[in-house]
Design a binder for this molecule. Sequence first.
Ligand code: URA
Length: 274
Amino acid sequence: MGIGADIIADDWHAALAALAWQVDLGATEPLGDGPVNRYEMGDPVRPAAAAVATPVAASVAAPSGYSGAGQDPVAVAAAMAGAAKTLEELQAALGAYDHCELKRGARSLVFADGNPKARALILGEAPGSEEDREGRPFVGRAGQLLDRMFAAIGLSRTSPDPAAAIYITNVMPWRPPANRDPEPAEIAMMRPFLERHIALVDPDVIVVMGNTPLFALTGTKGILRARGGWTTALGKPVLAMTHPAYLLRNPAAKREAWADLLALQARLRDGASG
Ligand code: URA
């Protein structure tokens, strides 16, 4: 399968993300369908930004006053997130936020899934290719394991009962190219949105799955040391667990994950606060 010659991206990041996307789809050769005489092409034809824009981003106009250039991305994020009074407004604010390069290479803004009234909020890292395609967090193999794990303690993203439900979101709403780790600057930009997200959902407990959410909420790293332990962030009890993708690669670690799930169940049963 060859890479279509019609993808001419705006800049380096968008080009890299577009290339990674094609590789994910199975492209192995950088060939067009026919020969191209570049001397006859004149000015490059640039596709509309919508070719790589997210559906949500495309439908939400940037609020006036957020032109971008010369502004501190974290301060802009804080202003936009702080103005959001509802989850819908927060999602729209993220869609209008233009300082994160990841947005340019992503298909979808992956905001959240599950019951916003759930007592437990599950925080992952970032969408992968399947999440990017579907626009929902944790729908790939790791997501299927996540669903089975929480089902084992009676929690589900589809339950209407807040006591039996989970709400799932990620630190990053856009897929990083080739699933690389989000950079600290990207996490810092998303932190105001994350804070607002958690404030609006107001869960009783937060479960951070993996290093990126652990770092985003607590500023510390080392999930293998932290897992199974409780800490407090943003005024909420936070349980650290290993990421389901790690458990898929290291099935022996599922035993510890089960202990962590039981700790979560006990905390919810005993009534979690602070
Ligand atoms: N991994 C994550 O951390 N989040 C997702 O949504 C999917 C995979």
